[in-house]
Design a protein around this ligand. Structure first.
Ligand code: ZN
Length: 497
């Protein structure tokens, strides 16, 4: 039996290596690829996807899984996790026709190019047919897997074990509590103004954030940081490709997004590579992934302790633009809360409202109560109601995110679930590491990183998101910790007069 299990693990690792090549092509597409090369990249992606698909559906793999499932009771809990997800992956691959996979990959590249143009020119009709196609492809795929609900299929795809029925009551409870916090913050007549932070040299920003990210524990020998319009973290645990963007008049954005992506990257760098391609070498899902990025970006990066250490360095790097800012003004600017249109620019409080908006619209697109052509209007109405802001155009409305253009439906909820988990993890970690605030104030991030390595990263996907929350944070996934954290952080900074 051991040999069959070992064979499966080795084969998964080989397939991980093969599959990861596409990630580097996608990174290149967003960072360096010339604008007219999209057609070729689409063909390359389709050819590679076909090859990967052919390799991953070999009947031999299916036989190993059958054999191991027949000896289930003799398997250890980690081995069961490996076989459980090998089955899940294998079924997904064998039931998707190769032609469908190739068609989908090619469509995605074309859709991305159309979205870039539509967003640049604020021209939704350019993107509409591609959005319709992506939605149809998403439903078609769910159909091949006999999913009872196509939207749940996609939610589960990004967060195994999760579905809209679990998320809905959590979001329903969260919404009014967020609203209450936002209203209290905005009732303070003395609002900070981070737009007054201007003229931050881009080269100095890059040096500063690389120093911070190195301090956090990102391994530059196995990864790099480049610039892109829409920051993301791609590549592989052994070769992470982080991206960020620099704006001389919005310096906190590049810093917080770099800390965010570093959180994703360090998670990948901490997964056990010996089990790459299996459950034990994989992230739990996107919610846990997002908890890792959010924890570094927010719980750490917006804290007094963090800034007590980095403020003098920040002032040394940018003496001129910071001259007129007191320490308190800078700290409040870092923790500014405002009703704004763009999700990726949103503060950590209102950010969640952006997700509640997308969750509502995605469900409506899938159940047919919302037609893709009606999206701009529906978006603006929902934005006014949920966020309290009406977008001025589609570029700051329904065209702002690339997810749907790439067929990533059901992905958005993970961001908010990740925020819930980050807060749950934070209070759990503070129980184990009561000295953590002092460590952060000394830029000693090793104890925190080690805790995450031990309890989160090295665990791989031993369990799915709900059980992860229960076993690692000690509580069911709920809004409680996030609401507690936001109140603790913001209600001390803002007071309605
Ligand atoms: Zn993220």
């Amino acid at each position: 039996m051991e040999t069959t299990y070992e064979k499966l693990v080795q084969e998964c690792k080989r397939l991980d290596r093969l599959g990861s090549i596409g990630g580097f092509l996608a990174w290149d597409e967003r960072v360096f690829m010339p604008p007219q090369s999209g057609d070729l990249r689409g063909e390359q992606n389709a050819a590679l996807a076909e090859l990967v698909h052919r390799e991953t559906v070999r009947p031999e793999i299916g036989k190993w899984i059958d054999e191991l499932e027949g000896q289930w009771e003799a398997l250890s809990r980690p081995q069961q996790a490996v076989v459980r997800d090998a089955r899940r992956d294998y079924d997904k691959r064998t039931r998707l026709p190769a032609a469908f996979v190739a068609r989908k990959t090619k469509a995605r590249t074309a859709s991305y190019q159309a979205w870039v143009r539509a967003r640049r020119e604020d021209d939704f009709p350019v993107f509409l047919p591609y959005l319709e196609e992506q939605l149809e492809l998403a439903k078609e795929e769910a159909g091949y897997l006999d999913a009872s609900d196509p939207y749940d299929y996609w939610v589960d795809d990004f967060d195994p074990g999760m579905n809209a029925g679990i998320i809905e009551p959590i979001f329903r409870e969260l919404q009014p509590r967020l609203k209450e916090i936002v209203e209290t913050i905005l009732a303070d007549p003395d609002q900070p103004d981070k737009t007054a932070l201007r003229g931050f040299d881009v080269g100095a920003q890059e040096r500063f954030l690389k120093e911070v990210v190195r301090d956090l524990g990102f391994d530059f020998e196995r990864g790099r940081i480049d610039s892109t319009v829409h920051p993301f973290c791609g590549g592989h645990g052994r070769d992470i490709r982080m991206t960020t963007r620099y704006d001389p008049d919005n310096p906190l954005d590049s810093l917080s997004s770099a800390m965010h992506e570093a959180g994703h990257a360090m998670y990948e760098q901490g997964l056990p590579d010996a089990f790459a391609g299996t459950a034990l070498g994989s992230a739990v899902g996107m919610a846990v992934h997002e908890s890792q990025s959010r924890l570094w970006e927010n719980q750490v990066g917006r804290s007094r302790e963090f800034w007590s250490y980095y403020e003098p360095k920040y002032r040394a790097a940018f003496p001129e633009p910071l001259r007129s800012f007191s320490s308190e003004e800078l700290f409040r600017a870092i923790n500014q809360v405002a009703l704004t249109p763009i999700r990726v620019d949103a503060d950590e409080v209102t950010y969640n409202l952006h997700i509640l908006l997308r969750f509502e619209l995605e469900k409506a697109l899938f159940d047919g109560s919302l037609k893709p052509a009606e999206l701009p209007e529906a978006w603006n109405a929902a934005s006014a109601r949920i966020i309290g802001y009406t977008p001025k155009n589609n570029a700051e409305g329904c065209l702002q995110d690339l997810h749907w253009c790439e067929g990533l439906f059901g992905y958005f909820p993970s961001y908010c679930l990740g925020n819930l988990l980050a807060a749950q993890l934070w209070y759990r970690i503070l129980e184990d590491l009561p000295g953590l605030p002092e460590q952060i104030a000394a830029a000693d991030f090793q104890p925190l990183l080690q805790w995450l390595r031990t309890h989160v990263h090295q665990r791989g996907r031993l369990t799915y998101t709900n059980d992860f929350a229960r076993e690692v944070t000690g509580a069911e996934l709920s809004p409680a910790a996030l609401v507690r954290y936001l109140r603790e952080r913001y209600l001390s900074l803002y007071s309605p007069s």
